[in-house]
Design a binder for this molecule. Structure first.
Ligand SMILES: [Zn+2]
Length: 189
């Protein structure tokens, strides 16, 4: 889920004008950004889910540090603290909550591969509702988040008197980026 995360960022932006949109976009995918170097170094890894080709949404993702419940909460808290340092406490809270929203949205789509504790300490049960097993359903949810996000963002941008051309441009960019990632998802990239 990438599209849905971006949709959520646009939604948050519509209600929290002082926080920069780029920061919210980055916050929604921050756990995945940290996941990339850990994936490349083999600390976290993906195995194909049984009976699939292992493409996007068809893997069992062992992101045991970045995507453990406690790990995600810690990363969200630290990122929120850093954001509060730059943009004030309210923005820090918004950014921290947005970082953690990634884990909640991932909980919907991931197979049961999200551990509670970093490194799956204690071998506790892993979580995940597995919507990725129904790609069209997952795509509909992501598309709905994107539509809601772009709509709310555009409405808020126009209401604050921002230049309509700029509001339209950013709305278009969000929609285009979202549609592109959604298309890639459905193609199984
Ligand atoms: Zn993720």
């Amino acid at each position: 889920m990438i599209t849905g995360h971006f949709g959520l960022a646009a939604m948050v932006k519509s209600a929290q004008r002082p926080v920069p949109l780029w920061a919210l976009m980055l916050a929604t995918v921050w756990l995945d950004v940290i996941f990339v170097p850990l994936l490349l170094t083999g600390v976290e890894y993906i195995t194909p889910a049984p009976g699939t080709n292992g493409g996007y949404g068809a893997g069992v993702i062992y992101a045991d540090y970045t995507h453990s419940l406690l790990g995600a909460l810690l990363i969200a808290a630290l990122t929120g603290l850093a954001a509060a340092h730059w943009w004030g406490r309210r923005a820090g809270t918004v950014i921290g909550a947005t970082v953690f929203s990634h884990w909640l949205l991932d909980l919907l789509v991931h197979r049961a591969d999200l551990p509670l504790l970093p490194g799956n300490l204690g071998g506790l049960p892993r979580l995940g509702l597995g919507l990725w097993q129904y790609p069209w359903l997952a795509a509909c949810i992501e598309g709905a988040l994107l539509l809601a996000g772009t709509f709310l963002y555009r409405r808020a941008a126009l209401r604050t008197g921002a230049a309509a051309s700029r509001a339209n441009l950013v709305t278009g960019l969000i929609a285009a980026a979202g549609a592109a990632t959604l298309a890639l998802d459905l193609m199984g990239v």
